[in-house]
Write a protein that binds this ligand. Sequence first.
Ligand SMILES: C[S@@+](CC[C@H](N)C(=O)[O-])C[C@H]1O[C@@H](n2cnc3c(N)ncnc32)[C@H](O)[C@@H]1O
Length: 236
Amino acid sequence: VDRAVADGRPSFEQSWRVAAEIPGWLTTAQARVLWEVAYSSDSQVPIVEIGSHQGRSTLVLAAARPPGQPPVVAIDPFIEHVMLGDATTQQSFERHVSDAGRDSDVRLLVARSGDVLKEWAEPISALFIDGKHDYWTVSDDLRWSEFVVDRGIVMVHDAFSSVGVTLALLRHVLPAGNLRYVDRTASLVRLETSPPTALDRLRLAAQLPWFARNVVIKIALRVARLVGYRGTPDPY
Ligand SMILES: C[S@@+](CC[C@H](N)C(=O)[O-])C[C@H]1O[C@@H](n2cnc3c(N)ncnc32)[C@H](O)[C@@H]1O
């Protein structure tokens, strides 16, 4: 943290003070992981974020990068969805980025990740996947990992929490030859673009009991909401 203050970048705490005000799902511990990854990834090479919503995670990633470097590429079609936003979400995103003074550190692409991928040809220093959570979209989003530099980090949100995200990880990361499970902070998984060992694969599979627990909690919350309960959010 002091190291970051010394080289002119805001510390995690300073960055999070701004981003935490923005509505979103990222927890403090997960934001710290994003910040650390963005801080230590190659600043000459862009970071890509899939699913930006109102900019909570985008601003954490952008604040950890040295000013004047390739921006964080934020991809979001701003879909209208009961939980994920409406016609005003893009304006909220733009206002949050602007208010934080980060206009030149963020490049917004209003598009679906799969459509951007068809045209994409640049290396990526780190990737954050937090877009649409169905199996097919996450499967496509994991293909962005092919652009991540060797030993770069791929972060996936709602892993072992959302069914679609979890199935995509099991189908595409468990057997992968160049994507290894590193760890998770609640539902934020860190993968590295390097060959996995048998132990790495085993550690990924060992998250399944936690997934089962989350599914049980989600079902219980759905049932409780049907009868009027308005408390605890889903486990993220
Ligand atoms: C869970 S929110 C992202 C939260 C954000 N990362 C944060 O920390 O606040 C998911 C976002 O994914 C976007 N999304 C939906 N489909 C997408 C797609 N195909 N490509 C990229 N983003 C998508 C939604 O519009 C929504 O804003």
